[in-house]
Design a protein around this ligand. Structure first.
Ligand code: ATP
Length: 369
């Protein structure tokens, strides 16, 4: 078991090989806390740490070195932080995302957003809101990452493409996700009253929904959806939508659940997935040890769920819920002064003492490059 060196061999017995790409800004700080919590589950991991993003580009000239690609090929899953750096041209760190989302075809961006008890004080009206929905947005089509556009002095044009195959793929994914997770309703959100690409998206939705009678299905324009969500946060259950509306609506819902520090995501393809907080690099907080790591910890939770480790995933969710509702440990964004690592410690301690999990000796292996 574990890892031991003998005769030049390193024998590692592990449940999961995870490629870790902490990236830039607060990425490394929050990812470290997610790893701490994963280790507390008692599962056996081999973490392969890869230096990617803007800082990697500045240091080595490569935002995505070959070994990082290889590590992704070999991994069971990828845990990602954030990429972006003022001293690296915008498109350079984004190459990492283009690789993960487009080349590796992680087309479904799943954003489960829920309000945990204790996020808002009991006398704050927002604490009474029941927010618990999943936004599934297309990671690969629409404006995508590498869209075509033109900029003249008097005009800018962006090309937006949605294909029948791409629309069907994300919609089928969302319907399957909704049924698997015991959700009752799926809503297609678009602007099909005037955009052709959205008409195609809605037609594809109607075809798929017709064949899924177990799910309630409806379609709503994005402007109406925003109004409905503001008025009643229980308006939606699972949302499937092209990339840009998913982004904007998530921003809105994230405001209702307490901020970006609490918003995880999964990017899932057919045989590859990576997991990242919705927030980005947040350079204003980087290196201070104050960022809320819960978004990253909950992304790790989604990773375990995807790997089929329901119990461990549930344990992380319960631990986050307990820590938030106890309100003793709070990072600054939640009105407290706890550090990122105090938050990570508190959640890891609860996961580590969860009687539902089969606690084992620490068997994690870290491989640095
Ligand atoms: P990028 O350009 O990489 O998207 P950004 O800083 O423009 O990064 P976000 O990272 O999404 O955008 O952050 C927006 C703001 O939200 C940050 O400036 C920061 O103040 C706050 N923020 C982001 N992540 C966290 C976090 N984990 N905990 C607390 N506050 C956060």
């Amino acid at each position: 078991m574990i890892s031991n060196s003998s005769g030049g061999y390193r024998i590692v017995s592990r449940d999961y090989k995870i490629t870790v790409m902490p990236g830039d800004g607060i990425g490394p700080e929050v990812t470290a806390e997610a790893i701490k919590v994963l280790e507390a589950t008692g599962l056996v991991f081999e973490f392969r740490h890869c230096n990617v993003g803007g800082m990697a580009y500045i240091q080595t000239g490569k935002p995505l070195p070959d070994y990082a690609r290889e590590a992704c090929e070999e991994a069971d899953a990828v845990l990602f932080g954030a990429v972006g750096h003022d001293y690296a041209p915008y498109g350079i760190p984004r190459k990492v995302l283009i690789y993960l989302r487009i080349e590796k075809n992680a087309y479904a961006n799943v954003r489960p957003l829920k309000l945990y008890p204790g996020v808002y004080p009991p006398d704050d009206h927002r604490s009474q809101q029941d927010v618990n929905l999943v936004i599934i947005r297309d990671n690969a089509e629409g404006f995508a990452l590498e869209h075509e556009g033109f900029l003249w002095e008097d005009r800018g044009i962006d090309k937006r493409v949605i294909t029948q195959a791409g629309a069907q793929r994300i919609i089928l994914f969302a319907v399957t996700y909704a049924m698997k997770h015991g959700r009752r309703k799926i809503t297609c959100i678009d602007q099909s009253n005037w955009l052709f690409s959205d008409k195609l998206f809605r037609n594809a939705f109607n075809l798929v929904a017709e064949r899924s009678p177990r799910l309630e299905a409806d379609c709503v324009s994005v402007d109406v959806a925003a109004m409905m969500q503001a008025r009643d946060p229980r308006s939606f259950d699972v949302i499937v939508t092209p990339d840009i509306y998913g982004d904007i609506l998530s921003g809105f819902v994230i405001g209702q659940i307490g901020g970006v520090g609490l918003a995880p995501s999964a990017c899932i393809g057919n045989d590859f997935a990576f997991f990242e907080p919705i927030h980005g690099t947040a350079w204003d907080l980087a290196g201070k040890g104050v960022a809320n790591p819960i978004a990253s910890i909950l992304s790790a939770r989604l990773m375990l769920e995807w790997l089929g480790r329901e119990e461990e995933a549930e344990s992380i969710d319960n631990a986050v819920r307990s820590v938030l509702s106890e309100s003793k440990i709070r990072t600054f964004d939640l009105g407290g002064s706890s550090s990122s690592s105090q938050m990570g410690d508190a959640i890891a301690a609860l996961v580590g003492s969860d009687p539902a999990l089969d606690a084992q000796d620490q068997k994690t292996v870290h491989v640095d490059r």
